[in-house]
Design a protein around this ligand. Structure first.
Ligand SMILES: Nc1ncnc2c1ncn2[C@@H]1O[C@H](COP(=O)(O)OP(=O)(O)OP(=O)(O)O)[C@@H](O)[C@H]1O
Ligand SMILES: [Mg+2]
Length: 405
């Protein structure tokens, strides 16, 4: 994920004030934004701006609008809520709920950098909650009760978000479908974007066959395998097969012995989720979730959102939340008309995680947005120039008046 936003922050965009850059994926730039409410308040949200080269493709846009409209019907604790979809300045965008925390990739990166292992109870909890969100989406019907046939198609660690409140949410429903709708020369761009994603594809997906909910079950199985094994399932080597080839073959190695509780029961669940032939797989995300929950109970590995949230906050939360709050106060000042320029945190951070990014720099005190509030040199020069012009105009006016007297 690249860390450079293509715009200067803050920026008004449609009815949002974009005030922080979260990151850039293969298809979009993600900004943290404020949206003013009719009652004079403001709520935080995320604005996902689709990259212009994709948004200008008619087939892509049409599919994205279709999928985003389906996603907007989803309303569940384990699914990121989509609020809005539109086009502004020629850019297609989706506004959605902001999940303050990390995506699973970012979390694992932080865990390994700080040498704090992710407790396995939390790993089970994350997959179990994500399965609840997937199962809900798979079962959605239209108003006449017909199945909507929603399949996520891109269940991967970067699309599973965990918040400092301990919530787990699946994001980006259907976006991968729009990606697959891209044709012609743009397919190259998409292939690039999809390269890393092949690591979570079911064999039928990798073969380009039509998908159903069981493809998402397979992807959830890979995530569970990786969290249990402590490594990626498919590895890329110089001379070895590509990720896509490995996904087509779906050869699943035995779980390494890491001293996890009731390993046979766990291996059985993972094995059933990762059956290459989908007819032998769990028929639904709900069926897998029930088995995983039963395993957690028997293995005494139950946990709660409260425990997950407080672990996340104490292990990684302080500097991030403090920096984000400082930016938010600065953004509120901008809305009131103050002259403020915000430097995106992610652009200068070593890591490019979900939020923020300030990792690796000294934590900013919660009440000290001062360095962010300083207008840059260019702005000061413009202000000085404007002042000089006003003074010149005033002198000219005085001269004219004197002349007439
Ligand atoms: N609703 C959200 N709340 C908070 N952070 C989010 C939200 N949606 C996305 N993000 C963060 O922004 C990052 C970039 O998202 P994006 O979907 O563009 O890319 P990706 O998931 O990493 O890759 P890809 O483009 O291949 O899906 C995510 O990894 C996640 O950390
Ligand atoms: Mg994503």
């Amino acid at each position: 994920m690249s860390a450079a936003p293509s715009i200067v922050l803050p920026r008004t965009f449609a009815r949002y004030s974009l005030f922080d850059f979260i990151g850039k994926g293969g298809m979009a730039e993600i900004y943290l934004a404020r949206q003013k409410t009719d009652l004079g308040g403001a709520r935080r949200c995320v604005v996902k701006q689709i990259l212009p080269e994709l948004a200008s493709d008619a087939a892509f846009s049409e599919m994205l609008v279709h999928e985003a409209n389906l996603a907007a019907r989803l309303n569940h604790a384990n699914v990121v809520q989509v609020f809005d979809l539109g086009r502004e300045d020629g850019r297609l965008f989706i506004a959605m709920e902001y999940v303050e925390g990390f995506d699973i990739n970012g979390l694992l990166r932080r865990c390994s950098q700080s040498k704090i292992p992710l407790p396995f109870d939390f790993a089970i909890h994350v997959v179990s909650e994500a399965l609840k969100g997937l199962d809900y989406a798979h079962r959605r019907t239209d108003d006449a009760g017909r199945p909507l046939g929603i399949v996520h198609r891109d269940v991967s660690p970067s699309n599973l978000l965990v918040s400092f409140e301990g919530e787990v949410k699946v994001c980006d429903f259907g976006i991968a479908h729009a990606n697959e709708a891209l044709g012609g020369h743009r397919a190259t761009h998409v292939n690039e974007a999809l390269k890393g994603k092949a690591g979570y594809m079911s064999p039928e997906h990798a073969r380009g066959e039509p998908l159903d909910a069981r493809a998402d079950v397979f992807a959830a199985g890979i995530i569970l395998w990786e969290l249990a094994a402590g490594r990626k399932l498919y590895r890329i080597t110089e001379s070895g097969p590509s990720l896509l080839d490995q996904a087509r073959r779906a050869e699943i190695p035995l779980l390494p012995d890491r001293g996890l509780p009731a390993p046979h029961e766990l291996a059985e669940i993972i094995g059933r989720a990762l059956a290459p032939d989908r007819r032998s797989r769990y028929p639904s995300a709900g069926a897998m979730q029930r088995d995983l929950e039963a395993y957690a109970i028997r293995a005494k590995r139950m946990t709660s959102p409260l425990q997950l949230g407080s672990w996340l906050t104490s292990a990684f939360g302080h500097d991030i939340v403090a920096q984000r709050r400082a930016r938010e106060r600065a953004a509120a000042a901008i809305e009131k008309g103050a002259l403020v320029v915000l430097r995106p945190i992610a652009a200068s951070a070593e890591l490019t995680p979900l939020h923020g990014s300030g990792f690796g720099r000294p934590p900013a005190p919660a009440d000290a947005p001062a360095p962010l509030l300083k207008p840059p040199r260019k702005t000061r020069a413009i202000a000085l120039l404007a002042l000089l012009l006003v003074m010149a105009a005033a002198i000219a006016m005085m001269k004219v008046r004197l002349h007439f007297h």
